[in-house]
Write a protein that binds this ligand. Structure first.
Ligand code: FPP
Length: 236
């Protein structure tokens, strides 16, 4: 059997993006409030980030809170914001030890002020690391990102014609490679406004597992499926 590292010689996977779905159903199936699903989801984040390091994946991005998630009940939003605070603060030392750069994508100014400060501090403390990046998409929406890019091009006074390269330069994290692989858990088969521009040629992997049940083996299976694909980028 070909191992993941053998397959890597064929074409290297750089960026894996994950839509972490199914926390609410995971909790419901256990008769628990939804926030318990999100808490279990944090453990899954930790497992997956560790696994990605072991599997030598340089970029991992996680869809943690979308621009549409504000429509959820207030109690759930407050609980989620509490988890983001806790996770970022509690993990910063560990992330520094592992020499990973932690970055955030989204409308950060729309988040509570203390979270904005935590984000600034975390990005600042980890910006010296260049081996691996963990990207948390918070208050992120793909359409909003494209609108923000267009507005920033206008503010720069750039005149037409606007090219693909110009638009890309104005995205939130313009130096991050497009995701090679996008994983979505919980059996839903949608992109849900995630990395709209960047996902043009991404491969997709869907699993029925709820996010809190996702682990290293699942990540390996997704990577294996990716290496079995033929990426032609429009060529014959
Ligand atoms: C989707 O499941 C999940 C979310 C909107 C939140 C994801 C957040 C975490 C995993 C918590 C921590 C993350 C970080 C990066 C610290 P859902 O609630 O829509 O599930 P459902 O479809 O079953 O209701």
């Amino acid at each position: 059997m070909t191992s993941i590292s053998d397959k890597r010689n064929k074409k290297k996977i750089e960026h894996i993006a994950i839509i972490m779905d199914g926390n609410g159903r995971w909790a419901k199936s256990r008769g628990l409030p939804r926030i318990f699903g999100h808490r279990a989801g944090v453990k899954s984040v930790e497992r997956t980030v560790r696994a990605a390091k072991e599997l030598d994946i340089p970029y991992i991005s996680l869809y943690a809170f979308s621009t549409e998630n504000w429509k959820r009940p207030k109690i759930e939003i407050v609980g989620l914001m509490g988890l983001f605070r806790y996770y970022i603060k509690a993990k910063i030392d560990e992330i520094c030890k592992e020499e990973a750069r932690m970055r955030f994508a989204g409308n950060i100014k729309g988040l509570p002020e203390d979270i904005q400060r935590i984000i600034e501090d975390t990005e600042d403390r980890t910006k010296c690391y260049d081996k691996r990046q963990l990207i948390i998409c918070l208050n992120y929406g793909g359409r909003q990102e494209i609108i923000d890019a267009v507005n920033s091009i206008i503010e720069d006074g750039t005149s037409a014609p606007i090219t693909e390269d110009i638009l890309r330069e104005h995205l939130y994290l313009n130096d991050v490679p497009d995701p090679d692989l996008i994983i979505r858990t919980s059996g839903e088969l949608r992109l849900s406004n995630f990395w709209l521009w960047q996902s043009s040629y991404s491969e997709f992997y869907f699993t029925n597992k709820y996010w809190p049940d996702f682990g290293k083996e699942d990540l390996e299976q997704a990577i294996s499926a990716y290496y079995g694909r033929d990426r032609r980028y429009g060529k014959a």
